[in-house]
Write a protein that binds this ligand. Structure first.
Ligand code: ZN
Length: 437
């Protein structure tokens, strides 16, 4: 049963102090900000999502003894990289896998955003590869996201678009919001596993993802920085797997979802990956990744257009703009970890030399955790599991309709007392990058 959010114990959120034991998600209780960028030590690393429940602990980004985050240290490492040598490695990799018999020789997963446009266009035109692009549909397309997707494909790429059952995806997204305050999670499941599964089915043994997760401070693969950690898209024992914070068995039994409808979310078995000798590489390992440069490349080569408005919670217009649920993804992240989209964007732009730390702090102060007003009504309607459309599953919700009051109460249950205080009927972060530098 999914209960109406309970009232929380406000005494834990007093101005003066918090109990270290109340610190949620295994986060470090002392909040710190990177001395070079504006990233917080509360940012969770990209991890596998396959066993994510409300009790899961996060692996936060690592800070070194000088107070510098792993993402900034990765940037430092990048500045010393011999990119000519890396290009040679990429050419050798392509030579090994290139086919000239009319078959595809590599897979490029993507949405038609700047990153996938860049990777697929370069592979095809500069490295003479024959990519098939694979897209896992956004939860709800923005108009400009759909237009960019069309421009990408019409501009000269083959594509397979996988769209999951809309009702199942809606229910899973609502459950992910209520159970783990992570409405983006069902999308992530498909995003990670769709390309490897199709590559396996079509016998295409090479996959290129774009940017390395290490750009955001996630630990690199132990074996090689070039290879994507297979735990992101493979799992061998699905009996322990959870989706939207719920065991697969319960999704079928309690929420009336058919196992076949869960197929798009299921990971690949690693035995298949090994048997088919599929290699999954980061393109960003071989080519220096510069977000603004990638954006200009996409504009020039694919008619890619930035959004007509900035995204909610940030100042940027050209990245991660194709899904209306994205605004809520970043808002929920902000509630749980005290840092949100503007922090992420600004930190990244400091690293690529676009803005100064001082400018970044101003942007974070102005935009981080801004209420995502623009798609609010549509998203709440989308996430309301009404009895007409969901006669069985709706019975599992104490309150099937979602509105702002529900969302706010739910958000409170996910706030950690080490990050938040409640003063004069207002929620405030205890520590911010602009007040406690
Ligand atoms: Zn940093």
């Amino acid at each position: 049963m999914i209960n109406y959010p309970k009232t929380i114990d406000f005494s834990k959120f007093k101005e003066e102090h918090f109990n270290k034991n109340d610190c949620k998600y295994g986060l470090p209780y002392e909040v710190k900000f990177c001395k070079k960028c504006v990233e917080s030590n509360q940012r969770p690393s990209t991890t596998t999502e396959y066993s994510h429940t409300i009790k899961s602990n996060k692996d936060p980004i690592v800070f070194d003894l000088d107070g510098i985050c792993a993402a900034c240290n990765y940037t430092e490492k990048k500045s010393k990289t011999d990119w000519k040598e890396r290009d040679k490695m990429l050419r050798e990799l392509c030579d090994k896998f290139r086919r000239t018999d009319g078959h595809y020789d590599c897979v490029v997963p993507g949405s038609g955003g700047k990153d996938s446009v860049y990777v697929s266009h370069l592979l095809k035109n500069e490295y003479n590869m024959h990519p098939i692009t694979i897209t896992w549909a956004p939860t709800i397309y923005t108009d400009w996201g759909r237009r960019n997707f069309d421009s990408w494909i019409h501009g000269g790429q083959d594509n397979i678009l996988i769209t999951p059952n809309g009702k199942t995806h809606r229910l899973l997204t609502r459950l992910a919001l209520d159970n783990i305050f992570h409405p983006f999670q069902p999308f992530i499941f498909g995003q990670k596993s769709t390309a490897p599964k199709i590559a396996a089915a079509m016998n295409i043994p090479l996959i290129f993802y774009g940017e390395d997760e290490a750009e955001y401070g996630s630990p690199s693969n132990e074996k090689s920085d070039a290879i994507v950690n297979k735990n992101f898209f493979c799992i061998d024992d699905t009996s322990k797997m959870t989706l939207s914070g719920i065991k697969i068995k319960s999704l079928i039994k309690d929420f009336n979802i058919d196992m076949s409808e869960l197929q798009p979310y299921m990971p690949l078995n690693s035995e298949i990956l090994e048997k088919k000798k599929i290699e999954v590489h980061y393109f960003g390992y071989y080519k220096k990744w510069h977000p603004q440069g990638v954006y200009y490349y996409a504009v020039e080569n694919s008619n890619f257009k930035a959004a007509p408005e900035r995204s909610a919670g940030t100042y940027s217009k050209y990245s991660s703009l194709d899904d209306k649920i994205d605004d809520f993804h970043y808002h929920t992240t902000g509630i749980k970890f005290g840092r949100a989209r503007a922090t992420e964007d600004a930190a990244h732009e400091i690293r690529s030399g676009e803005i100064t730390r001082e400018e970044a702090i101003g942007l974070v102060k102005r935009y981080d955790l801004e209420w995502p007003k623009r798609f609010e009504e549509e998203i709440f309607k989308y996430l309301s599991i009404n009895s007409d459309e969901f006669p069985e599953a709706s019975k599992m919700f104490e309150k099937e309709n979602l509105d702002k009051d529900y969302y706010d109460l739910l958000a409170n249950t996910f706030r950690s007392p080490h990050l938040w205080k409640y003063v004069n009927n207002n929620w405030k972060l205890r520590k911010t990058v602009w007040t406690n530098d």
